[in-house]
Every structure is written in C-alpha cells, then in structure tokens.
Design a protein around this ligand. Structure first.
Ligand SMILES: NC(=O)C1=CN([C@@H]2O[C@H](COP(=O)(O)OP(=O)(O)OC[C@H]3O[C@@H](n4cnc5c(N)ncnc54)[C@H](O)[C@@H]3O)[C@@H](O)[C@H]2O)C=CC1
Ligand SMILES: O=C(O)[C@@H]1CCC=N1
Length: 272
C-alpha cells in the first residue's frame, strides 16, 4: 500500500463521508481516487459534484481499490462482507474497518484468514483534520500499519493501541465528541440564563472550550494545575465548580463513558 493507492470507502454515512472529506482536504489523495459506496445513490449528488467516484456496487469498488475502508453500522456488516468476500485479494487489499465492536478476527472470518485487517476508530472531527484516531491490528505488517498511521495523521492525531482497548477508545474518543459538544451546549444554556443572547453565549462557550483544550495541548499540562490558576480563594470559580461536582459533574461523565464502552463492546455480537 502507498499513498497513490485507490481507496474504496464502503458505507458513506457520517463517518465515511467525514473521512473522505478530511483526506481530500489534507491533500492525502484526490477525490477521484476515492470511491464512495452507498446503497441509495440519490443522496450522493453532492459527492459526485465534488469529484468523488460514487457507486452502489461494493464488489466493483473493491475490485478497483487497494485500500478498502469499511464504514457501515455493525448490524449492516455481515451483508456487506458477504457481498465483497469474492473480490478481496489478500495480496492486493488492505482492509481498514471503523466498525465499532468488530474485531479484526471477526472481519477475517468472513473475508479470509490471510487478509490484513486494521481497525481504526476516528471521530467526526476527521472532516476538519482534528480527529483523535485509535488504531489496532493483529496481523497487518509493520509497513502497512505505518501507512495507516500516516494516512490518519493527515487528518488528526493517531495512537496505536492494543486491540482489547478498542471499545474503550470508541467511548472516550468517538462518542467523546458528542459528550464534549453536549457540555458546550449546556454551558451556553447557562450563559443565556445569566444574560447573553443564544448566539453570543454559544460563541463564548465554544471559544472557552477551545481555549481550555489548547491550554492542555500546548502547555502539555494536566487539567488540575490549569484549574488551580482559575480558582481564586473564596472566588466564584471554585463556588461554581464545587456546585457542579455536588451534582455529579465528573461522576456523570465517568459513568457515561463506562456505559458507552460496555455498549460498544456488544454492538456487533448482539446484532449477529
Ligand atoms: N459516527 C461516528 O462518529 C463514528 C462511527 N463509527 C462507526 O462507523 C460506522 C458507520 O457509522 P456512521 O457513519 O455513523 O453510520 P451511518 O448510518 O451514518 O452510515 C452508514 C452508511 O452505510 C451505508 N450502507 C449500509 N449498508 C451498506 C452496504 N451494504 N453498501 C454500501 N453502503 C451501505 C448506509 O446507507 C449509510 O449511509 C459504524 O460502525 C460506527 O460504529 C466509528 C467512529 C465514529
Ligand atoms: O454511537 C455509535 O454507536 C457510533 C460509534 C462511535 C460513535 N458513534
């Protein structure tokens, strides 16, 4: 595999499309080198206009590609794998699956034991080059793993993890986008209660959240020392923060992440 490889993204919904847009935006490849498949092509006019190849024929898309990215829902996976199994050539294809709760071995059981499979867990910020993507494999060559890392690094940060931790990565990073977005919405709603119009409250909450994340990223620091800098003695920050903790702020995030991880682990098996 190399960066001139043709890519087939099978299942062009939220994450498949975000990935395609992100790869083109980052100049990893051009739109014409990516084939996007979907069962109903009526929804794909915008993608065609942007120069992507679009198709409702997974088998053909696989045939013309060397990198095959599977991005359907867990409950849609078995039908797709049955459809493409005959087109997969272990010598030619590298399969990347972003499907939650599905192991590399699960994919190989349907596609053949010699097929190299890498599991990747990006998040929707991949569309703007800001994904946190976790990757794992149990049989891909180091060279192919390096190429997958390089590919996802063009659209955000990458951490290679043990496959056992993939469902945890799903909860913390992929679902995590929604958790932080909800936190921002809640902050902006608080802002409206204390006097701001909704649009300005949202702008203030978003920039404040971005500033908090960048403090950690750029200073390589831990949240608590940064929090200590905000909480003046007898001040208003510690009063608000402790009130939130009395209502379970940290606890609810931790419990939600644990539940999401448990749920992610069962998404495929409960649908088989
Ligand atoms: N949405 C997210 O933030 C993330 C999702 N994932 C995983 O990515 C996968 C896709 O998730 P979403 O994009 O959110 O779902 P989605 O429902 O938006 O997209 C799935 C797409 O696959 C298409 N599809 C279904 N069967 C097909 C077939 N046989 N051939 C071609 N296309 C087919 C559907 O029409 C749909 O457009 C899931 O397994 C999910 O767990 C992983 C990381 C993040
Ligand atoms: O909610 C879900 O099941 C998918 C997996 C990670 C993000 N969205």
């Amino acid at each position: 595999m190399d960066i001139t490889s043709k890519i087939a993204i099978l299942g062009s919904g939220n994450i498949g499309m975000s990935l395609a847009k992100g790869l083109v935006k980052a100049n990893y490849t051009d739109a014409a080198s990516i084939t996007l498949t979907r069962r109903n092509l009526q929804h794909m006019t915008e993608q065609t206009a942007k120069g992507f190849q679009v198709s409702d024929q997974n088998y053909r898309a696989v045939f013309g590609a060397s990198i095959v990215i599977i991005a359907v829902l867990p409950q849609q996976l078995n039908n797709l794998l049955e459809e493409i199994a005959g087109a997969i050539d272990p010598e030619k294809h590298l399969v990347i699956s972003v499907v939650s709760g599905v192991s590399c071995q699960d994919v190989r059981e349907k596609l053949g034991n010699n097929v190299q499979v890498v599991r990747a867990m990006p998040n929707t910020a991949i569309a703007i080059g800001q994904s946190m993507t976790c990757i794992a494999t149990d049989n891909a060559t180091p060279e192919n793993l390096d190429e997958v890392t390089a590919m996802f690094e063009t659209v955000g940060s990458v951490v290679t993890i043990n496959e056992d931790l993939m469902t945890s990565a799903t909860a913390l990073c992929a679902c995590g986008i929604a958790f932080f977005l909800r936190a921002i919405r809640a902050a902006s709603q608080g802002g409206v209660e204390i006097g701001f119009h909704a649009d300005e409250a949202l702008k203030m909450a978003v920039q404040t959240a971005k500033g908090a994340a960048d403090l950690l990223l750029l200073n390589h620091s831990h949240p608590e020392p940064e929090i200590d800098k905000v909480t003046s003695p007898k001040g208003c920050t510690i009063a608000g923060l402790n009130e939130m903790e009395h209502h379970g702020f940290s606890s609810s995030l931790i419990k939600g992440i644990k539940l999401s991880a448990t749920k992610a682990g069962g998404l495929y098996k409960t649908n088989e």
